[in-house]
Design a protein around this ligand. Structure first.
Ligand code: G6P
Length: 463
C-alpha cells in the first residue's frame, strides 16, 4: 500500500477512543470512518467533543488501533452557533424535510462560517502535498472552499451522510446559492443515493444555471468542474459479522431471549432524533395492539434510543413525546406479567447490539427520512441464517433503495406499520429465509471498505 497517497479525513465528530464501541450514540458516520481509515495512512481531524472557554487552536493527536486522530476543542459560543445552531437547528431539519423545525438565524450562520474557517486553519498544516483530503457531512460544507482560499492544491472530496432535500425545499434556506457555490469547490461530491444526487443536480441546473452533464456526472460552474455521484455507504461486514462469535454478543442474545421467553422480540435502535420516526413508530405499534389486544402475549417491542444533541429544543421535545407515548401504550395494553414496550435511553456496544439483533425476530427501522441507515444493515448482518428475522424498513431511508426485499413501509401510516408488524410476526420460515438471503448479499458485498475504495478511486482520478 506504499503507493497509496496519504489520506486526511475531516469530520465534525471523530471517534475518540473513549467513545469507541458505544454504537448508536455516535451515529453511523464515526463508526464507518473508523473502519475505513484502518487501511490508509494519514490522519482523521475533527472536534474533540469538548467545550473550552476560549478556542486556542491547540491540537491533540493520538493513535489507537492503527488510526491517528487529531482533535481540537471548541468554545461554548462556537458549539452553540455552529453545532447546536446552524448545523443542527438549520441544516439538519431542512435536509431531513422538516421545514417546520428549521430555524434561520443570521448569527448562527455566521458562527458556522467562522468555525469552518477555524477547521481550515487547524487542518491546513496537517495536509501535505499529494494527500487526498476527504471532508464529511453537513457541518463542514464550506470547508473545501476555505482550504482552497489557503492555497491548497490537493484533491479534496466531500461526502454528505444525510439526504439532500428537493430543490423546492432547499431554496427556503437563506443564502442557499452561497452554500452550494462553496460545495462546488470540491473535486468530488458524494451522496448516499441516486435520489439525493438527483435533487442536488436538479438544484444546480435550475437554480444556479450550472452545466450538468448527466452522463459524466459532472457539474460545471464558473469554469470549475465537480464530479457528483452516489456512493451508498455500507457496514464493516468482516468486523461486525465476527462479533457473533464473541462472548459479549452471545451473552446479550441470551439475556434478551431469557427476558422475553415465549414472546417475539421486535427491536429498534436509533439515536433519539425526530428524523427517526419514533413517535410514528409507537403509533403503528399502538395501532397493532388496538387491532390485536391478545397479541401482547406474542410480541414485545424494545426501543433503544440513546439521547442525542440534548441542548437543541426539538430534541428535548421529541424525548418528552416519546416518554408520553410509551407510557400510554404500556398503561393501556400491559398485563401484570407482560409489558408491550421497553424503552431504553442508553447506548450499547456493537457486540451487545449484535446479540440483541439476533435475538429479535423483527427489526424495525422506520425513519421519516434518513441518508442511509446502517442499523438496517447491521440487523441483517446479525441474523441466524437458519432462522433469520424480518426487517421492516421505511421506504424513506436511503437503505430502502438497496434493500427491496425488506418489508417496506410508509412510516407515516400507523395502519401500514401495524399491518407489516402482523405480517412479520406470522411470516413462515421459508419466506423469512428467502428474503434474508437476498438482503444479506447486498449488506455483505456493498460494505464500507468498498464505499471508501470507490470514493477515493474517483477522487484520486481527478486532475
Ligand atoms: C448522523 C450524522 C453524523 C453525526 C451523527 C451523530 O449520523 O450524519 O454527522 O456525527 O449523526 O450525531 P452527533 O451530533 O452526535 O455527531
Amino acid at each position: 500500500m506504499s503507493d497509496q497517497p496519504r489520506l486526511v479525513v475531516i469530520s465534525n465528530r471523530v471517534a475518540v477512543p473513549k467513545a469507541r464501541g458505544v454504537a448508536g450514540a455516535q451515529g453511523g458516520l464515526a463508526g464507518a470512518l473508523n473502519a475505513a481509515l484502518k487501511k490508509y495512512t494519514g490522519v482523521w481531524f475533527g472536534w474533540s467533543g469538548e467545550e473550552v472557554d476560549e478556542h486556542t487552536g491547540e491540537i491533540s493527536t493520538q493513535t489507537t488501533d492503527g488510526v491517528t486522530t487529531a482533535t481540537m476543542d471548541l468554545s461554548a459560543r462556537d458549539i452553540d452557533e455552529y453545532y447546536n445552531g446552524y448545523a443542527n437547528s438549520t441544516l439538519w431539519p431542512l435536509f431531513h424535510y422538516r421545514l417546520d423545525l428549521a430555524e434561520y438565524e443570521r448569527e448562527t450562520g455566521k458562527g458556522y462560517e467562522r468555525v469552518n474557517e477555524l477547521f481550515a486553519e487547524a487542518a491546513a498544516p496537517l495536509i501535505n502535498d499529494g494527500d487526498l483530503v476527504w471532508v464529511h457531512d453537513y457541518h463542514l460544507i464550506p470547508l473545501g472552499e476555505r482550504l482552497r482560499a489557503r492555497g491548497l492544491k490537493n484533491r479534496i472530496g466531500f461526502f454528505l451522510h444525510i439526504p439532500w432535500p428537493a430543490a423546492r425545499l432547499f431554496v427556503s434556506l437563506p443564502y442557499h446559492e452561497r452554500l452550494v457555490h462553496t460545495l462546488l469547490h470540491y473535486d468530488v461530491v458524494g451522496f448516499q443515493t441516486a435520489e439525493w444526487l438527483d435533487s442536488f443536480l436538479h438544484y444546480c441546473r435550475t437554480e444556479l444555471g450550472a452545466e450538468v452533464d448527466d452522463e459524466a456526472g459532472t457539474v460545471t460552474l464558473d469554469g470549475r468542474t465537480t464530479l457528483a455521484r452516489a456512493y451508498p455507504i455500507g457496514i464493516d461486514w468482516d468486523h461486525f459479522s465476527a462479533l457473533g462469535a464473541t462472548a459479549e454478543a452471545q451473552k446479550a442474545e441470551k439475556r434478551l431471549l431469557s427476558s422475553t421467553r415465549h414472546r417475539t422480540a421486535m427491536i429498534g435502535v436509533d439515536r433519539l432524533d425526530y428524523s427517526k420516526g419514533l413517535p410514528e413508530r409507537l403509533d403503528g405499534i399502538g395501532r397493532f395492539f388496538d387491532q390485536h389486544p391478545e397479541r401482547v402475549r406474542d410480541l414485545v417491542f424494545i426501543q433503544i434510543a440513546p439521547p442525542s444533541r440534548e441542548d437543541v429544543d426539538s430534541y428535548q421535545q421529541i424525548r418528552a413525546e416519546l416518554e408520553q407515548k410509551t407510557g400510554q401504550i404500556n398503561g393501556a395494553r400491559s398485563e401484570v406479567d407482560a409489558v408491550p414496550v421497553r424503552y431504553v435511553n442508553r447506548g450499547y456496544s456493537h457486540g451487545e447490539l449484535f446479540g440483541f439483533f439476533r435475538a429479535a425476530k423483527i427489526g424495525l427501522v422506520t425513519p421519516l427520512r434518513d441518508g442511509m441507515n446502517l442499523v438496517a444493515k447491521e440487523y441483517i448482518a446479525a441474523q441466524d441464517p437458519d432462522d433469520p428475522g424480518v426487517l421492516i424498513l421505511s421506504r424513506f431511508a436511503g437503505a430502502a433503495a438497496q434493500l427491496p426485499d425488506a418489508l417496506l413501509v410508509n412510516p407515516h401510516s400507523p395502519d401500514d406499520l401495524a399491518h407489516a408488524i402482523g405480517k412479520a410476526l406470522d411470516m413462515p420460515l421459508a419466506e423469512r429465509k428467502e428474503r434474508w438471503e437476498k438482503l444479506v448479499v447486498t449488506v455483505r458485498d456493498d460494505n464500507v471498505q468498498d464505499w471508501t475504495a470507490n470514493f477515493l478511486r474517483d477522487l484520486a482520478a481527478q486532475v
